[in-house]
Ligand binder design. Sequence first.
Ligand code: FAD
Ligand code: GLY
Length: 388
Amino acid sequence: MPNEPTPNVRTSDVAIIGAGVIGLAIAWRLAARGASVQVFDRGAAGGGASHAAAGMLAACAEAEPGEEALVALGRESQARWPAFAAELLEVSGVDVELRTEGTLVVALTADDQARLNHQLVFQQKLGLPLQWISAAETRRREPHLAGKLAGAVLSPEDTQVDNRKLARALRLAAETAGASVSEYRAVSTISSRAGRVDGLVLAEGAKVSADVVVLAAGAWSRRIAGLRPELLPPVRPIKGQMLALRMDPAAPLLTHVVWAPAAYLVPRRDGRLLVGATVEEKGYDTSLTAGGMLTLLEAAWRAVPAVEELPIDEMWVGHRPGSRDDAPILGAGPIDGLIYATGHYRNGILLTPITADAIARLVLDGVSEAAIRPFGIERFGSLPAAAE
Ligand code: FAD
Ligand code: GLY
């Protein structure tokens, strides 16, 4: 295949596949340091999982045994969020609404309480700032919770941002820094020669030359041609159905993020109350189902009975990029110039700052930050040293 870029596509140092929060944040960080960056998306920028998410920054409350390295990565990213949001506001003018109320993981029954306390022992051993609070203290914080309440785990550092505003802010920041973001231009192929990438081929047929290609195509990251199967990241779509109810923004039913048995509730400043989410192995299916909505609404109603009166604002489906071990795939692989930044599964919003910073550092300085080293693609098995 000829290597010449078509005249309408400029040569770039870095080409990024995917304009979700991950691709856009990497583009911003790279362009701000002077790299020439082009981002390509097959649809609208920020229209994938980044649009569907709830925006929770849940590094603590969701920590499970076996995920110690992932928890450390999440905590590192969580610590970067305040500065990241402030910098984004400064360069883009968009406030991503990083909130400070924290998260309550609510126990409605004694069974819920026993399960949460079992998990809490493990989480506190990791040094996570979580504490059990009584039913009275839980209700003081959230008066609209159900009458029957056993208490809650309070996670003050698990906060939230508005992920849709985040995608908008990142796009503006990336473009302001000089990156170009091309929408509705799908990448069909990663082009490489003699074990090194030399660019991309777009579905429309144009060739884009690049020294570095960043694969950030979320749940679609295996659908790009040009790589041998063993070099494709082991990422699959994990379907999530979600809905938003509309509260009175002047008198919201909740202010904390609330995890109830079988659903979470995320109150936004504009009065939307997100209720999510299902976790389904249904491929790229985009259908909303009665069962999915029923489960979420029933769980929300059991935790906060007053949701019954709220109008439904929106219902949607998204596809999380789930890797084989639920952790992201970050860093270089066996092909020179190819960088993986995918597989963020349920935590891509949380992990945006650390991913962007670490990938920019890797591309521009050749340094692999300690926090991302456990997350290379090589952990899934031996890979050949080079590929054509
Ligand atoms: P995406 O946002 O999916 O972006 C990938 C982009 O690649 C898409 O825009 C797509 O169009 C593009 N693309 C695909 N193929 C091609 C191609 N061939 N050429 C060009 N472009 C291509 N995370 C949290 O941290 N907190 C949460 O509360 C949270 N809640 C969630 C709730 C739901 C229901 C879902 C679905 C996800 C949730 N997540 C959450 C996970 C989070 O949304 C993802 O981990 C994150 O958005 C991944 O970002 P991304 O940029 O990798 O993927
Ligand atoms: N992190 C929330 C979700 O993936 O549903």
